[in-house]
Design a protein around this ligand. Structure first.
Ligand SMILES: NC(=O)c1ccc[n+]([C@@H]2O[C@H](COP(=O)([O-])OP(=O)(O)OC[C@H]3O[C@@H](n4cnc5c(N)ncnc54)[C@H](O)[C@@H]3O)[C@@H](O)[C@H]2O)c1
Length: 260
């Protein structure tokens, strides 16, 4: 039996959008495996609170408050990792904002740019500045979080779905560019997941998740995912067990995309 654990204890992974939802579940999963996590989020208070509850003595988490739409912040995160001589073996590009009721016509140019900046450009920026560190650690994996909206979508998500579609394509081209460096790049396509993103959407609409069509009645499993179920897939994508997966997607969607 092969040892499929992610990496040697003490190796590190950057997780963005780590204050809650899928990001914090991923931090918890990795820390439980003894992996050192650099947890990044714009919401510093929530991030500190979350990380303290996952790892009270702080030995396995470095907390960094940053706005990932800023090139300067992305560069500074990676410089901080480098200055601490941490062996960076992975990056989970998870941070994003939800954006609903937004058709092309109703979306202001400023909103379009804001959503693309966090949901697409930040993945490019974090990869750009992390790649030299992962390369010098002998390779590793980058996991980009997309969405089922990359494959099949709905009304009112023009900027969100556009960014998520581009994340899928970005994953493919990065995988080809980085294969010589032994860096795998994997896309995760979650379906609806019970996180602050979805709950805040329901609050704004003044409706329950069920009234908004969650869980989608047409999915095979018939419920929404728990963030831990998506985090398990992210951890797998980082692990040695996924050593032959690059440039492609893993789809924890409860079977929603299986149906017309
Ligand atoms: N929840 C779902 O139903 C669902 C479904 C498919 C895909 N996804 C994707 O999964 C990922 C995680 O989503 P989630 O549901 O856990 O969301 P969430 O809103 O619960 O968490 C996202 C985190 O990103 C952070 N963030 C946002 N903008 C930032 C910025 N500029 N700089 C730094 N941090 C920033 C937020 O503060 C937040 O903590 C996202 O990429 C999302 O698009 C979610």
């Amino acid at each position: 039996m092969r040892n499929n654990s992610f990496a040697t204890k003490g190796d590190a992974v950057i997780v963005t959008g780590a204050a809650g939802g899928i990001g914090s579940a991923t931090v918890e999963n990795l820390v439980k495996q003894g992996i050192f996590v650099i947890a990044v989020d714009k919401n510093g208070d929530a991030l500190s609170k979350t990380c303290k509850s996952i790892n009270p003595d702080g030995k396995l988490i470095e907390v960094i408050t940053a706005d990932l739409t800023s090139e300067q912040d992305c560069q500074a995160i990676c410089e901080q990792v480098k200055s601490k001589s941490i062996r960076l073996k992975g990056l989970v590009n998870n941070a994003a904002v939800g954006a609903f009721n937004m058709s092309v016509e109703s979306t202001s140019f400023a909103d379009w740019q804001r959503i693309i900046a966090i949901n697409l450009t930040s993945l490019y920026l974090m990869a750009k500045y992390s790649i030299p560190l992962i390369r010098s650690a002998g390779g590793g994996a980058i996991v980009n979080i997309s969405s089922i909206h990359a494959y099949a979508t709905s009304t009112g998500v023009a900027p969100y779905a556009s960014a998520k579609g581009a994340v899928l394509t970005l994953t493919k081209t990065m995988a080809l560019d980085l294969a010589p460096d032994k860096i795998r790049v994997v896309c995760i396509i979650p379906g609806a997941t019970d996180t602050p993103m979805l709950r805040q959407h329901a609050e704004r609409e003044g409706k329950s998740l069920a009234e908004l069509g969650f869980p989608p009645g047409d999915s095979a499993i018939g419920r929404i995912a728990q963030p831990e179920e998506v985090a398990d897939v992210i951890a797998f994508a980082l692990s040695k067990g996924a050593s032959f997966i690059t440039g492609s997607s893993i789809i924890p969607d409860g079977g929603i995309l299986a149906k017309f």
